[in-house]
Design a binder for this molecule. Structure first.
Ligand SMILES: Cc1ncc(COP(=O)(O)O)c(C=O)c1O
Length: 458
C-alpha cells in the first residue's frame, strides 16, 4: 500500500520540522542574549541610521535580539515594554514561540516572497481565512504587502466600477496611507505638502459626542455632497475607529445611517481596517459594529503581517487593474494565517473574547491612574487592543514630551490625533497583567516627570 503524500501545508505541524525549528530558535535566542552593542557603538549606529535616512529616528532605538511578550530587546541590550507594536504590527508581541516556529518553517521553504503569478499554499490559506471571517457579502480577497497598497487596490476597484464617477467621501481627521492619492484622502495637510492634488475628495464630519445630533449633521453633509455632485460620487471611506486621527469612534448607528445613505445613492461603502484589524473584538471592526450587511469593500493590514482588500463580487476588477509583483512574504503570510487561526482557537474573538476583555483590563488601569493623576490623564478613547488618552489637556508639545519621557522610562507608546493629541497604545492581544502593571507604572513615572519638568499640575 502506498502512503498518502503529506499535505505540504501540514509541514509546520510535523514533529521533525518543529523540533529542528525549535533548535534554531533556541540557538538564536542564546546567542543574541549575549550580543549587545556597547554604548558608543549603539550611539554611532543610531547616528549612522539617522544620516542614511536623512533625519533622526523619532525614538533613538534599534531593536535587536529576542523579545519576550510585550518586551523587546534593543541592540544595546536594554529591554523596553512595547505597547505600540511597530504601530500595530506585533499582534502577539515579541518572540511568540509558536509564531517564531511558523516563521522559521516558512522561511526554510523555497522563496522569500510569493506573487500573484506564482502563488503558493500560503496565499491560499491566508485568503481562505480572511474570507471565512468576513461575513456573507465579501467573498473575494486580493493580497498585497502594505496597507497603502490594499487601499490603492480598493480605490481602483471602486473607481473602475463607478466610472466616470470619481469623487470619494471621507471623514475629517482620517488617515489612509502614504501614496500621492492616499495623501489627499488623508485629512492632514502636512502629509501632502508639495504634492499635486486632484481635488476630488469630499469631507464629512466624524462623530463628535459633544455635538447634539452629530449623526444628522454628518448625514446632512453627505447628502449635500451627493446632491452637489450627482452621479459623480463613487464611494465613501469609513475608518470605524480612527487610528492616526486619535482613536475616535462612534456608535454603530452613526455609521449605519451614513452607510445606508451611501447604499440608497448607489455609492460604494469601503471600510479601512488597516489599524483596527483584529483589535476591536472581532477580526473586522465592521463585524464588531454589526455593519456587515452594508460593506462593499474592506482593507486590512498591520496585524495581518501583510495586507489585503476584501470585496463584494460587484467590485471584482477587470483583468489588469490590480496586480503587482508581490502577494506577500512567505513568512508574513504563514505567520498572518497562524495569527488568524489562534485568534479564533484561543478565544480572542467575540463580545466576551480576550481582545474585548483586554480593553476592560486596560480601562480599569487608566481609571486608577486618572484617580491618582487627574490633571495628567484626560479623556480615554479606543476599544479592545487599541487604547488612548489625552495627556495634560492634549497640546502637541506636552503629549510628545510624555511619549519621549515614557520611552526614557522604558515604555513605548505613540501619539495620535491633533487638538487634542493623544497618547496611544496598540497592545499585543496577549498582554499579561504583569506587563500591564509594569507599563502603567512606567507611564505614571513619565507623567509625573513631565509635570515636574514643565511645572504642570498633575
Ligand atoms: C487606517 C490606516 N489605513 C492605512 C494605513 C497605511 O498602511 P501602511 O502604512 O501599511 O501602508 C494605515 C497606517 O497606519 C492606517 O492606520
Amino acid at each position: 500500500m502506498t502512503r498518502a503524500p503529506r499535505r505540504p501545508d501540514a509541514l509546520r505541524d510535523s514533529p521533525r520540522v518543529r523540533e529542528a525549528a525549535a533548535a534554531l530558535i533556541e540557538a538564536v535566542a542564546e546567542e543574541s542574549a549575549e550580543a549587545a552593542l556597547s554604548e558608543p557603538a549603539y550611539a554611532r549606529a543610531l547616528k549612522e541610521l539617522g544620516r542614511l535616512r536623512g533625519r533622526p529616528l523619532f525614538f533613538p532605538m534599534l531593536q535587536a535580539g529576542t523579545g519576550r511578550g510585550a518586551r523587546v530587546r534593543l541592540a544595546d541590550g536594554r529591554e523596553v515594554l512595547d505597547f505600540i507594536g511597530g504601530i500595530g504590527v506585533y499582534g502577539f508581541g515579541h518572540s511568540d514561540p509558536d509564531l517564531l516556529t511558523t516563521a522559521v518553517v516558512a522561511a526554510a521553504q523555497d522563496t522569500v516572497f510569493q506573487g500573484h503569478l506564482q502563488p503558493g499554499l500560503e496565499v491560499l490559506r491566508l485568503s481562505r481565512l480572511l474570507v471565512k471571517h468576513a461575513g456573507p457579502r465579501l467573498r473575494h480577497v486580493w493580497l498585497s504587502v502594505s496597507g497603502a497598497m490594499a487601499n490603492e487596490n480598493a480605490l481602483k476597484m471602486i473607481l473602475q466600477k463607478h466610472a466616470p464617477a470619481d469623487r470619494l467621501v471621507v471623514f475629517e481627521g482620517g488617515f489612509a496611507g502614504r501614496t500621492i492619492t492616499l495623501s489627499e484622502v488623508t485629512d492632514r495637510p502636512a502629509f501632502r505638502e508639495g504634492l499635486p492634488l486632484r481635488g476630488n475628495v469630499l469631507h464629512v464630519p466624524f462623530f463628535d459626542p459633544a455635538v447634539p445630533n452629530a449623526t444628522e449633521q454628518s448625514v446632512r453633509a453627505l447628502r449635500a455632497h451627493l446632491s452637489r455632485y450627482p452621479g459623480q460620487v463613487a464611494g465613501m471611506l469609513f475608518e470605524l475607529v480612527q487610528g492616526e486621527g486619535g482613536f475616535r469612534t462612534a456608535p454603530p448607528s452613526f455609521f449605519r445611517a451614513l452607510m445606508e445613505t451611501c447604499r440608497e445613492a448607489g455609492v460604494a461603502v469601503w471600510v479601512d481596517e488597516v489599524q483596527t484589524f483584529a483589535r476591536t473584538g472581532e477580526l473586522y471592526a465592521y463585524r464588531t459594529f454589526e455593519l456587515e450587511d452594508l460593506v462593499d469593500l474592506a482593507t486590512v493590514g498591520k496585524t495581518l503581517q501583510g495586507s489585503a482588500v476584501l470585496f463584494h463580487k460587484a467590485y471584482n476588477p477587470k483583468a489588469g487593474l490590480v496586480a503587482g509583483t508581490y502577494a506577500g512574504a512567505t513568512t508574513g503570510m504563514a505567520v498572518g494565517a497562524r495569527i488568524l487561526e489562534r485568534l479564533e482557537s484561543e478565544g480572542y474573538l467575540g463580545a466576551e473574547g480576550r481582545v474585548a476583555l483586554l480593553g476592560g483590563r486596560v480601562g480599569r488601569r487608566f481609571d486608577a491612574l486618572a484617580k491618582r493623576l487627574p490633571r495628567a490623564v484626560g479623556a480615554r478613547s479606543g476599544i479592545g487592543a487599541m487604547q488612548a488618552f489625552v495627556p495634560f489637556g492634549g497640546d502637541a508639545e506636552t503629549a510628545t514630551a510624555v511619549i519621549r519621557a515614557a520611552y526614557d522610562e522604558g515604555l513605548l507608546v505613540f501619539g495620535a490625533g491633533r487638538d487634542p493629541m493623544k497618547v496611544r497604545m496598540l497592545l499585543p492581544v496577549n498582554t499579561t497583567d504583569e506587563e500591564l502593571e509594569s507599563g502603567f507604572a512606567l507611564l505614571e513615572r513619565a507623567l509625573v516627570r513631565v509635570a515636574e519638568e514643565r511645572g504642570l499640575p498633575c
